[in-house]
Design a protein around this ligand. Structure first.
Ligand SMILES: [Ca+2]
Length: 377
Protein backbone atom coordinates (compact mmCIF):
# COMPACT_ATOMS: atom_id res chain seq x y z
CA UNK A 1 0.00 0.00 0.00
CA UNK A 2 2.74 2.36 1.06
CA UNK A 3 4.81 1.52 -2.02
CA UNK A 4 1.80 2.02 -4.26
CA UNK A 5 1.12 5.42 -2.69
CA UNK A 6 4.75 6.42 -3.12
CA UNK A 7 4.67 5.35 -6.77
CA UNK A 8 1.52 7.38 -7.40
CA UNK A 9 3.02 10.39 -5.62
CA UNK A 10 6.22 10.14 -7.68
CA UNK A 11 4.27 9.80 -10.93
CA UNK A 12 2.10 12.79 -10.16
CA UNK A 13 5.16 14.81 -9.15
CA UNK A 14 6.81 13.98 -12.48
CA UNK A 15 3.62 14.78 -14.40
CA UNK A 16 3.30 18.06 -12.52
CA UNK A 17 6.89 18.96 -13.28
CA UNK A 18 6.44 18.18 -17.00
CA UNK A 19 3.23 20.19 -17.06
CA UNK A 20 4.81 23.08 -15.20
CA UNK A 21 7.72 23.52 -17.58
CA UNK A 22 6.33 22.47 -20.98
CA UNK A 23 5.04 25.94 -21.85
CA UNK A 24 8.22 27.73 -20.85
CA UNK A 25 10.48 28.93 -23.69
CA UNK A 26 13.51 27.46 -21.93
CA UNK A 27 14.61 24.12 -20.50
CA UNK A 28 14.85 23.91 -16.70
CA UNK A 29 17.46 21.67 -15.13
CA UNK A 30 17.66 21.33 -11.33
CA UNK A 31 21.36 21.22 -10.38
CA UNK A 32 21.45 21.07 -6.58
CA UNK A 33 19.64 22.47 -3.53
CA UNK A 34 20.42 24.57 -0.46
CA UNK A 35 19.11 25.27 3.03
CA UNK A 36 17.42 28.71 2.83
CA UNK A 37 19.56 30.10 0.01
CA UNK A 38 19.60 33.90 -0.33
CA UNK A 39 22.13 34.97 -2.93
CA UNK A 40 24.62 33.84 -5.54
CA UNK A 41 27.54 35.41 -7.39
CA UNK A 42 29.73 34.05 -10.15
CA UNK A 43 33.47 33.64 -9.75
CA UNK A 44 35.77 34.39 -12.71
CA UNK A 45 36.08 30.70 -13.58
CA UNK A 46 32.27 30.15 -13.71
CA UNK A 47 32.03 28.50 -10.32
CA UNK A 48 29.72 30.43 -8.03
CA UNK A 49 29.36 31.51 -4.43
CA UNK A 50 26.02 30.87 -2.74
CA UNK A 51 24.86 32.15 0.65
CA UNK A 52 22.48 30.39 3.00
CA UNK A 53 20.59 32.60 5.45
CA UNK A 54 21.66 30.59 8.50
CA UNK A 55 25.25 31.62 7.84
CA UNK A 56 26.91 29.29 5.34
CA UNK A 57 28.88 30.46 2.31
CA UNK A 58 29.44 27.79 -0.33
CA UNK A 59 31.63 27.44 -3.40
CA UNK A 60 29.56 25.62 -6.00
CA UNK A 61 30.74 24.21 -9.32
CA UNK A 62 28.66 23.82 -12.49
CA UNK A 63 27.71 20.26 -11.52
CA UNK A 64 26.42 21.38 -8.15
CA UNK A 65 29.34 20.12 -6.03
CA UNK A 66 29.71 22.28 -2.94
CA UNK A 67 32.47 23.24 -0.55
CA UNK A 68 31.82 25.31 2.54
CA UNK A 69 33.93 28.41 3.31
CA UNK A 70 34.98 28.48 6.98
CA UNK A 71 35.66 31.50 9.14
CA UNK A 72 32.44 33.42 8.57
CA UNK A 73 31.26 35.92 11.22
CA UNK A 74 28.26 35.12 13.44
CA UNK A 75 25.07 36.24 11.74
CA UNK A 76 21.83 37.39 13.38
CA UNK A 77 19.54 34.76 11.89
CA UNK A 78 15.77 35.29 12.20
CA UNK A 79 12.85 36.82 10.30
CA UNK A 80 14.18 38.23 7.04
CA UNK A 81 17.72 38.35 8.39
CA UNK A 82 20.82 36.23 8.48
CA UNK A 83 23.57 35.91 5.93
CA UNK A 84 22.50 37.97 2.93
CA UNK A 85 24.20 38.95 -0.28
CA UNK A 86 27.59 38.05 -1.72
CA UNK A 87 29.70 39.91 -4.30
CA UNK A 88 33.08 39.23 -5.86
CA UNK A 89 35.57 42.12 -6.15
CA UNK A 90 36.15 43.15 -9.81
CA UNK A 91 39.87 42.41 -9.28
CA UNK A 92 39.24 39.12 -7.48
CA UNK A 93 41.87 37.22 -9.48
CA UNK A 94 44.54 39.45 -7.94
CA UNK A 95 43.14 40.25 -4.50
CA UNK A 96 40.83 37.31 -3.65
CA UNK A 97 38.32 39.68 -2.03
CA UNK A 98 34.76 38.51 -1.38
CA UNK A 99 32.07 40.79 0.10
CA UNK A 100 29.12 39.61 2.16
CA UNK A 101 26.19 41.34 3.83
CA UNK A 102 24.52 40.00 6.94
CA UNK A 103 22.61 40.99 10.03
CA UNK A 104 24.54 41.95 13.15
CA UNK A 105 22.79 41.81 16.55
CA UNK A 106 23.69 44.15 19.39
CA UNK A 107 23.55 43.15 23.07
CA UNK A 108 20.42 45.31 23.57
CA UNK A 109 18.50 43.28 20.98
CA UNK A 110 18.69 45.81 18.17
CA UNK A 111 19.89 44.71 14.76
CA UNK A 112 21.26 46.12 11.58
CA UNK A 113 22.76 44.99 8.32
CA UNK A 114 26.51 45.19 7.82
CA UNK A 115 28.78 44.65 4.83
CA UNK A 116 32.21 43.12 5.26
CA UNK A 117 34.99 41.75 3.12
CA UNK A 118 37.65 39.08 3.40
CA UNK A 119 39.94 37.00 1.25
CA UNK A 120 39.10 33.51 0.06
CA UNK A 121 41.42 31.05 -1.68
CA UNK A 122 38.74 29.21 -3.61
CA UNK A 123 41.12 26.42 -4.58
CA UNK A 124 42.25 25.65 -1.05
CA UNK A 125 41.38 22.18 0.23
CA UNK A 126 39.54 23.85 3.12
CA UNK A 127 38.64 27.40 2.04
CA UNK A 128 38.66 30.02 4.80
CA UNK A 129 37.48 33.65 4.84
CA UNK A 130 40.63 35.46 6.01
CA UNK A 131 41.38 39.03 7.18
CA UNK A 132 37.65 39.70 7.46
CA UNK A 133 36.63 43.28 8.26
CA UNK A 134 33.28 45.06 8.44
CA UNK A 135 33.37 48.10 6.14
CA UNK A 136 29.79 49.39 6.48
CA UNK A 137 26.96 49.34 9.04
CA UNK A 138 23.28 50.23 8.89
CA UNK A 139 22.75 53.22 11.19
CA UNK A 140 21.10 53.22 13.64
CA UNK A 141 20.50 49.62 14.71
CA UNK A 142 16.79 49.04 15.38
CA UNK A 143 14.42 46.47 16.85
CA UNK A 144 12.72 44.12 14.39
CA UNK A 145 13.59 41.42 11.89
CA UNK A 146 12.65 42.88 8.51
CA UNK A 147 13.54 45.12 5.56
CA UNK A 148 17.31 45.00 5.74
CA UNK A 149 17.63 45.35 1.96
CA UNK A 150 21.40 44.80 1.99
CA UNK A 151 22.02 43.92 -1.64
CA UNK A 152 25.54 44.75 -2.79
CA UNK A 153 26.86 45.46 -6.28
CA UNK A 154 30.12 46.49 -7.89
CA UNK A 155 29.42 48.76 -10.85
CA UNK A 156 31.53 48.89 -14.00
CA UNK A 157 33.64 51.71 -12.49
CA UNK A 158 34.44 49.65 -9.40
CA UNK A 159 32.17 51.54 -6.98
CA UNK A 160 30.39 49.51 -4.31
CA UNK A 161 26.62 50.01 -4.05
CA UNK A 162 24.58 48.98 -1.03
CA UNK A 163 20.79 49.00 -0.80
CA UNK A 164 19.55 49.70 2.72
CA UNK A 165 15.93 48.88 3.60
CA UNK A 166 13.69 50.97 5.88
CA UNK A 167 13.69 48.30 8.67
CA UNK A 168 9.86 48.48 8.58
CA UNK A 169 10.08 51.87 10.33
CA UNK A 170 8.81 54.02 7.42
CA UNK A 171 10.04 57.57 8.21
CA UNK A 172 13.79 56.84 8.47
CA UNK A 173 13.72 56.52 4.65
CA UNK A 174 13.38 60.34 4.58
CA UNK A 175 15.75 60.98 7.51
CA UNK A 176 19.17 62.21 6.44
CA UNK A 177 20.57 61.35 9.88
CA UNK A 178 20.17 57.67 9.04
CA UNK A 179 21.38 55.46 6.18
CA UNK A 180 18.20 53.36 6.45
CA UNK A 181 15.85 53.40 3.43
CA UNK A 182 18.61 54.63 1.11
CA UNK A 183 20.83 53.60 -1.78
CA UNK A 184 24.50 54.11 -0.90
CA UNK A 185 27.66 54.47 -2.94
CA UNK A 186 31.08 53.66 -1.49
CA UNK A 187 34.59 52.79 -2.58
CA UNK A 188 35.63 49.15 -2.33
CA UNK A 189 37.20 49.74 1.12
CA UNK A 190 34.02 51.34 2.53
CA UNK A 191 35.24 54.94 2.30
CA UNK A 192 33.07 57.58 0.64
CA UNK A 193 33.81 58.95 -2.85
CA UNK A 194 34.29 62.74 -2.77
CA UNK A 195 31.75 63.25 -5.56
CA UNK A 196 28.81 61.65 -3.72
CA UNK A 197 25.82 64.07 -3.79
CA UNK A 198 25.76 64.77 -0.04
CA UNK A 199 29.50 64.64 0.63
CA UNK A 200 29.80 68.41 0.91
CA UNK A 201 26.52 68.60 2.85
CA UNK A 202 28.26 66.76 5.64
CA UNK A 203 31.33 68.95 5.51
CA UNK A 204 29.17 72.08 5.65
CA UNK A 205 27.30 70.90 8.74
CA UNK A 206 29.74 70.49 11.64
CA UNK A 207 26.85 69.81 14.04
CA UNK A 208 26.09 66.52 12.34
CA UNK A 209 29.63 65.59 11.39
CA UNK A 210 29.80 62.82 13.98
CA UNK A 211 26.81 61.04 12.46
CA UNK A 212 28.95 60.14 9.49
CA UNK A 213 26.26 58.76 7.20
CA UNK A 214 25.08 61.64 5.02
CA UNK A 215 27.97 61.32 2.67
CA UNK A 216 27.25 57.65 1.89
CA UNK A 217 23.80 58.48 0.53
CA UNK A 218 23.21 58.46 -3.23
CA UNK A 219 19.39 58.40 -3.19
CA UNK A 220 16.70 58.30 -0.52
CA UNK A 221 13.05 57.42 0.06
CA UNK A 222 13.38 53.67 -0.55
CA UNK A 223 11.35 50.99 1.24
CA UNK A 224 12.93 47.54 0.91
CA UNK A 225 15.24 47.62 -2.11
CA UNK A 226 16.17 43.99 -2.79
CA UNK A 227 17.74 44.27 -6.20
CA UNK A 228 20.36 46.58 -7.72
CA UNK A 229 21.89 46.19 -11.17
CA UNK A 230 23.48 48.17 -13.97
CA UNK A 231 22.00 47.95 -17.47
CA UNK A 232 24.01 47.56 -20.68
CA UNK A 233 24.15 51.37 -21.05
CA UNK A 234 25.56 51.70 -17.53
CA UNK A 235 22.38 53.09 -15.91
CA UNK A 236 21.68 51.94 -12.36
CA UNK A 237 18.32 50.35 -11.52
CA UNK A 238 16.90 49.34 -8.15
CA UNK A 239 13.88 47.13 -7.59
CA UNK A 240 12.09 47.43 -4.27
CA UNK A 241 9.41 45.56 -2.42
CA UNK A 242 6.43 47.89 -1.99
CA UNK A 243 3.90 47.81 0.83
CA UNK A 244 0.56 46.09 0.04
CA UNK A 245 1.07 46.25 -3.75
CA UNK A 246 3.16 49.01 -5.30
CA UNK A 247 6.47 47.21 -5.91
CA UNK A 248 8.76 49.53 -7.84
CA UNK A 249 11.47 49.48 -10.46
CA UNK A 250 13.40 52.73 -10.17
CA UNK A 251 16.04 54.28 -12.39
CA UNK A 252 18.50 55.71 -9.89
CA UNK A 253 19.60 59.31 -10.29
CA UNK A 254 22.19 61.05 -8.17
CA UNK A 255 20.77 62.71 -5.06
CA UNK A 256 17.12 62.05 -5.87
CA UNK A 257 14.27 61.23 -3.47
CA UNK A 258 12.12 58.20 -4.38
CA UNK A 259 9.31 59.17 -2.05
CA UNK A 260 8.73 56.43 0.53
CA UNK A 261 6.81 56.63 2.86
CA UNK A 262 5.27 59.90 1.63
CA UNK A 263 4.10 58.31 -1.63
CA UNK A 264 3.62 54.80 -3.03
CA UNK A 265 1.33 53.22 -5.60
CA UNK A 266 0.45 50.62 -2.96
CA UNK A 267 -1.11 50.99 0.47
CA UNK A 268 -0.12 50.10 4.02
CA UNK A 269 -0.75 46.54 5.23
CA UNK A 270 -3.25 47.81 7.80
CA UNK A 271 -5.30 49.29 4.94
CA UNK A 272 -4.31 52.93 5.41
CA UNK A 273 -3.94 54.60 2.01
CA UNK A 274 -0.69 56.19 0.84
CA UNK A 275 -0.85 59.01 -1.74
CA UNK A 276 0.13 57.77 -5.21
CA UNK A 277 3.38 58.85 -6.80
CA UNK A 278 1.43 60.96 -9.33
CA UNK A 279 0.22 63.30 -6.55
CA UNK A 280 3.74 64.41 -5.63
CA UNK A 281 5.81 65.09 -8.74
CA UNK A 282 8.74 66.34 -6.62
CA UNK A 283 9.50 62.70 -5.86
CA UNK A 284 11.08 60.51 -8.52
CA UNK A 285 8.38 58.13 -9.83
CA UNK A 286 9.04 54.46 -10.56
CA UNK A 287 9.49 53.36 -14.17
CA UNK A 288 7.36 50.30 -13.40
CA UNK A 289 5.05 49.84 -10.42
CA UNK A 290 3.29 46.56 -9.84
CA UNK A 291 -0.29 46.43 -8.55
CA UNK A 292 -0.79 43.64 -7.57
CA UNK A 293 2.70 43.02 -6.36
CA UNK A 294 5.26 40.53 -7.65
CA UNK A 295 7.38 40.64 -4.46
CA UNK A 296 10.72 41.24 -6.17
CA UNK A 297 13.75 39.72 -4.46
CA UNK A 298 16.50 40.41 -6.98
CA UNK A 299 17.37 42.23 -10.21
CA UNK A 300 19.92 41.51 -12.93
CA UNK A 301 20.48 42.25 -16.62
CA UNK A 302 20.96 39.85 -19.51
CA UNK A 303 23.94 40.12 -21.89
CA UNK A 304 22.27 37.61 -24.20
CA UNK A 305 25.12 35.19 -24.86
CA UNK A 306 22.62 32.29 -25.14
CA UNK A 307 19.29 34.04 -24.53
CA UNK A 308 19.89 36.33 -27.51
CA UNK A 309 16.34 37.73 -27.69
CA UNK A 310 16.65 38.84 -24.06
CA UNK A 311 19.77 40.96 -24.57
CA UNK A 312 19.50 44.16 -22.54
CA UNK A 313 16.40 43.01 -20.68
CA UNK A 314 16.17 42.89 -16.89
CA UNK A 315 15.27 39.81 -14.87
CA UNK A 316 13.28 40.26 -11.67
CA UNK A 317 12.90 37.33 -9.29
CA UNK A 318 9.45 37.02 -7.75
CA UNK A 319 8.76 35.58 -4.32
CA UNK A 320 4.98 35.71 -3.86
CA UNK A 321 4.42 35.78 -7.64
CA UNK A 322 6.61 32.65 -7.95
CA UNK A 323 7.77 34.04 -11.24
CA UNK A 324 10.70 35.05 -13.35
CA UNK A 325 9.72 38.48 -14.67
CA UNK A 326 11.29 39.77 -17.89
CA UNK A 327 11.46 43.56 -18.15
CA UNK A 328 12.25 45.40 -21.39
CA UNK A 329 14.41 48.53 -21.09
CA UNK A 330 14.23 51.29 -23.71
CA UNK A 331 16.47 54.21 -22.81
CA UNK A 332 15.14 55.44 -19.49
CA UNK A 333 11.78 53.68 -19.70
CA UNK A 334 10.88 50.11 -18.77
CA UNK A 335 7.96 47.70 -19.00
CA UNK A 336 7.22 44.11 -18.07
CA UNK A 337 7.21 42.02 -21.24
CA UNK A 338 6.84 38.46 -19.96
CA UNK A 339 6.21 36.58 -16.77
CA UNK A 340 7.19 32.92 -16.41
CA UNK A 341 5.53 30.87 -13.71
CA UNK A 342 8.22 28.84 -11.94
CA UNK A 343 5.94 27.32 -9.29
CA UNK A 344 8.37 28.34 -6.57
CA UNK A 345 9.42 31.53 -4.83
CA UNK A 346 12.46 32.79 -6.75
CA UNK A 347 15.24 34.45 -4.73
CA UNK A 348 17.66 35.28 -7.48
CA UNK A 349 18.22 35.00 -11.25
CA UNK A 350 21.57 35.66 -12.91
CA UNK A 351 22.99 35.01 -16.37
CA UNK A 352 26.16 32.98 -15.91
CA UNK A 353 29.40 33.28 -17.90
CA UNK A 354 28.19 30.21 -19.84
CA UNK A 355 25.12 32.14 -21.08
CA UNK A 356 22.70 29.98 -19.10
CA UNK A 357 20.38 31.74 -16.66
CA UNK A 358 20.69 30.42 -13.13
CA UNK A 359 17.78 30.62 -10.70
CA UNK A 360 17.90 30.23 -6.97
CA UNK A 361 14.63 29.20 -5.35
CA UNK A 362 13.65 30.30 -1.87
CA UNK A 363 13.14 27.49 0.63
CA UNK A 364 9.61 26.10 0.48
CA UNK A 365 8.25 24.70 3.72
CA UNK A 366 10.56 21.88 4.66
CA UNK A 367 12.09 21.55 1.21
CA UNK A 368 15.32 23.15 0.23
CA UNK A 369 15.59 25.87 -2.39
CA UNK A 370 16.92 24.47 -5.64
CA UNK A 371 19.51 25.87 -8.01
CA UNK A 372 18.01 25.73 -11.52
CA UNK A 373 19.86 26.07 -14.82
CA UNK A 374 17.82 27.60 -17.66
CA UNK A 375 18.86 27.15 -21.28
CA UNK A 376 16.97 28.24 -24.44
CA UNK A 377 14.80 25.54 -26.05
CA1 LIG B 1 8.87 55.27 -4.64
Amino acid sequence: MKTQLLAVTLLSALAWSAHATKDLPFAVEPVTAFDEPWAMAFLPDDRMLVTEKKGRLLIVDRDGNKRSVNGLPDVGYGGQGGLGDVAVHPDFLNNGLVYISYVESASDGTRGAVVGRGKVDIDARRPILRDFQVIWRQYPKMLGYGHYGHRILFDNQGFLWITSGDRQKFTPAQDMQSNVGKVLRLRDDGTVPADNPFASYRADNPLVDNIGVYDEIWSLGHRNPLGVAQDLQGQLWVIEMGPLDGDELNLIHRGRNYGYPEVSDGKHYDGRPIPDHATRPEFEAPKVSWVPSISPAHLSFVQGKSFKAWRGHALASGLRSQALVLIGIDGDSAEEIARYNMNARIRSAIEGPDGAIWLLEDERGNSQGRLLKLTPK
